[in-house]
Design a protein around this ligand. Structure first.
Ligand code: CA2
Length: 147
């Protein structure tokens, strides 16, 4: 496996609201705080981070397409798209590098509609329920993954 030099961090819908509402579920940290954590963790492995948040499924699909050939790995919190976006599933499936799925909360312990992830099967693994620490764990997991 070639070394990971560039990582794309993708956040899906409503995650731009982090830190403003529902702190009991998603914590008080902002999206920018989480991006910084991921950036620092990735830098510890000599790689750089690009970040995108979008409320639009098509923009996320396009970003994944554009990542092919320029980005080595993806960390994604797809937000509610986790539970039904086969378009994001298919785009990630066509991406050659490793993908890690992250959730701030633990969807398995929440409403039944959150128990299904259509993203999990195209990820090397999922980190959920550890709040912002999940981004740090995801970054390190990428670099320790055997292939
Ligand atoms: O736990 C996660 O990270 C989620 O991906 C967050 C999504 C949710 O649909 C997934 O089931 C689990 C929702 C993000 C909504 O974020 C908000 C943040 C602040 C205020 C309102 C929504």
């Amino acid at each position: 496996m070639s070394p990971i030099k560039t990582v794309l961090l993708i956040h899906g819908p409503n995650l731009n609201l982090l830190g403003t509402r529902e702190p009991e579920v998603y914590g008080t940290q902002t999206l920018a705080d989480h991006v910084k954590v991921a950036e620092v963790a990735v830098a510890q492995h000599g790689a750089s981070l690009k970040s995108l948040q979008s409320n639009s499924e098509s923009q996320i699909v396009d970003a994944i397409h554009s990542a092919s050939g320029t980005i080595d790995a993806i960390i994604i919190n797809p937000g509610a798209f986790t539970h039904y976006s086969w378009a994001i599933h298919d785009a990630l499936k066509s991406f050659a590098g490793p993908v890690v799925e992250v959730h701030l909360s633990n969807p398995a312990a929440r409403e039944p509609f959150r128990h299904t992830s259509v993203i999990a099967s195209v990820a090397i693994g999922t980190i959920a329920g550890f709040g912002g620490q999940g981004y740090e764990l995801a970054a390190h997991a990428l670099f320790h993954h055997g292939g």
